[in-house]
Design a protein. Structure first.
Length: 178
């Protein structure tokens, strides 16, 4: 009687089935390739430049609509007490790459993966937009907390939202359809 690799792994006490190992390796490979391609200046700097400009303009516009005297000139957001520069790391692409990579390797049908990709990108872009808005506010109205919010609070929030988004999507996926 033939046994599956999962049954063999279960008998040996190992949590690593061949499929689990493949998923981990594939996740790392996809995340690395996407990071190199999308975040390096070699390939898509123009794309990221457009995204940086868009983030700066949308953020300054939203703050203005909310009644704050915020404007932008290119990638620089100006406020009454400080200016912030939107760099590649401020676009949310890096965290989105990690989440997208997880969706891509998850055992799901193509249609479910595509829905997961759309959901993941939308959530991460919205979270990043809120992150930028709060950092603009903090930088201009409570600047003593800007480094704390930027370096310690928001990275944790982004990780929690990313993992939560993946779990929420994965919970609604039927892995048997893959």
């Amino acid at each position: 009687m033939a046994t599956t690799s999962q049954e063999q792994a279960a008998r040996s006490g190992s949590v690593w089935s061949s499929r689990s190992l493949w998923m981990c390796v594939a996740y790392i490979a996809i995340a690395m390739v996407l990071s190199i391609v999308l975040l390096s200046n070699l390939v898509f700097d123009d794309l990221l430049a457009g995204l940086r400009l868009g983030v700066a303009a949308a953020s300054a516009g939203a703050m203005s609509v909310l009644g704050f005297p915020i404007s932008n000139a290119g990638e620089v957001i100006h406020g009454p007490h400080t200016s912030l520069i939107i760099v590649n790391d401020c676009t949310g692409v890096d965290a989105t790459i990690l989440l997208v990579s997880a969706v891509l390797v998850f055992p799901a049908a193509l249609r479910q993966r595509l829905a997961g990709l759309v959901f993941a990108v939308a959530v991460m872009m919205i979270v990043n937009f809120v992150r930028i808005l709060t950092l603009i506010y903090i930088g201009n109205y409570t600047p003593e907390f800007l480094d704390i919010g930027h370096l310690y609070v928001w990275p944790v929030i982004v990780i929690i939202v990313g993992v939560g988004t993946l779990l929420l999507w994965a919970d609604r996926v039927d892995p048997r359809s893959a």
